[in-house]
Design a protein around this ligand. Structure first.
Ligand code: F6P
Length: 341
């Protein structure tokens, strides 16, 4: 078989580990051939490819990013996009696609599978917000990066008696904030699933200073104040209609300082959370996903995604992955609330 591989959406540590596992098992066990598509769905849409064999995947296991490149190109939004992809796959002699991506990339994969294109999905996102899989690779690395930052911020916060705000990624789901805040001993964690009350946040901050500790506030970029409490500015939209976020850390810095009188500073971790080498956990999860994805393609399966259930890798319908975002359940948030203030 001749199999196309692409990585779409925001990059994430572990993408290269998936590509390596797919190619190594595909070539060495099944004797398949591979074509690398560049920059997510832009590759199949515009017919932009690169060589993808065992030599190209040597040494990439610990490397962050993706050797294939990525983009947020949405071919469904392009006139005749699906037909152009079909024509390019036919011309290149591609029998099946492996699409490694998050909600948007797999949403496109679902629609292409409905058009009769053979496609197997692999879930990725540092946000851990994809339904149908317990965890996505990249999340563990992002959390570790945020925890390392929080550990460092504690000591400078104490030295200067400041409230330090750490803004982490997470548009609609607060998994990175919840896990890094819990592991890093945050004073309060703010997530999109639970609109926050700024007065309560300030109470936590003041209470922490009273006990001679400096507070760390971990906030997901998509966290919002409870309705009618604080006004936020709207950002621009990308090709999938997502708002470009960022800025809640600055709002908190200003408000906390003004309302409590304690000096406040924000740190926005941003894309640092997506860069660099994956943790061992993510390398293993990504590798296992890759091995199971190539098995699925080899067996002629399509319209499915590999997923983690407990410790097993299973196959689920692609549509299940994108039907609903996996957000933080409020009882999980309540566990963390014990440590607030
Ligand atoms: O979906 C992954 C993610 O890192 C989100 O956490 C974040 O909101 C978004 O991507 C940032 O996107 P971009 O790389 O386009 O700025």
């Amino acid at each position: 078989m001749r199999i196309g591989v692409l990585t779409g959406g925001g990059d994430c540590p572990g993408l290269n580990a998936v590509i390596r596992a797919v190619v190594r098992k595909g070539v060495e066990v099944y004797e398949h051939e591979f074509v690398g598509f560049r920059d997510g769905w832009r590759g199949p849409l515009e017919g932009v490819t690169m060589e993808l064999g065992v030599p190209q995947v040597r040494g990439i296991l610990p490397r962050g990013g993706t050797i294939l490149g990525s983009s947020r190109t949405n071919p469904i939004k392009v006139d005749g996009g699906v037909e152009r992809i079909e024509a390019n796959l036919r011309e290149l002699g591609i029998d099946a696609l492996i699409a490694i991506g998050g909600e948007d990339t797999l949403g496109v994969a679902t629609q292409l599978a409905e058009h009769g294109i053979n496609v197997v999905g692999v879930p990725k996102t540092i946000d851990n917000d994809l339904g149908a899989t317990d965890y996505t690779f990249g999340f563990d690395t992002a959390v570790q990066i945020a925890v390392d930052a929080i550990d460092r911020l504690h000591t400078t916060a104490e030295s200067h008696h400041r409230a330090l705000i750490v803004e982490v990624m997470g548009r609609h789901a607060g998994w990175i904030a919840l896990h890094s805040g819990l592991a890093g001993g945050a004073n309060v964690i703010l997530i999109p699933e639970r609109p926050f009350d700024i007065d309560l946040v300030c109470e936590y901050v003041t209470a922490r200073f009273k006990r001679h500790y400096a507070p760390i506030i971990v906030v997901a970029e998509g966290a919002e104040p409870a309705e009618g409490t604080l006004a936020l500015q709207a950002g621009e939209l990308d090709a999938f209609g997502h708002v470009r976020l960022g800025g809640i850390g600055a709002v908190l810095e200003r408000e906390i300082e003004a309302r409590t009188g304690f000096e406040s500073r924000q740190t926005v971790l941003g894309h640092v959370q997506r860069g660099g080498t994956p943790t061992a956990y993510d390398r293993i999860l990504a590798t296992r996903f890759g091995l199971h994805a190539i098995d699925a393609v080899h067996e002629g399966d399509s319209g499915v995604m590999v997923a983690l259930r407990g410790t097993d890798i299973v196959r689920v319908p692609l549509a299940d992955a994108t039907r609903e975002l996996k957000t933080v359940p409020l009882d999980r948030y309540a566990e963390a609330q014990v440590f607030f203030g």
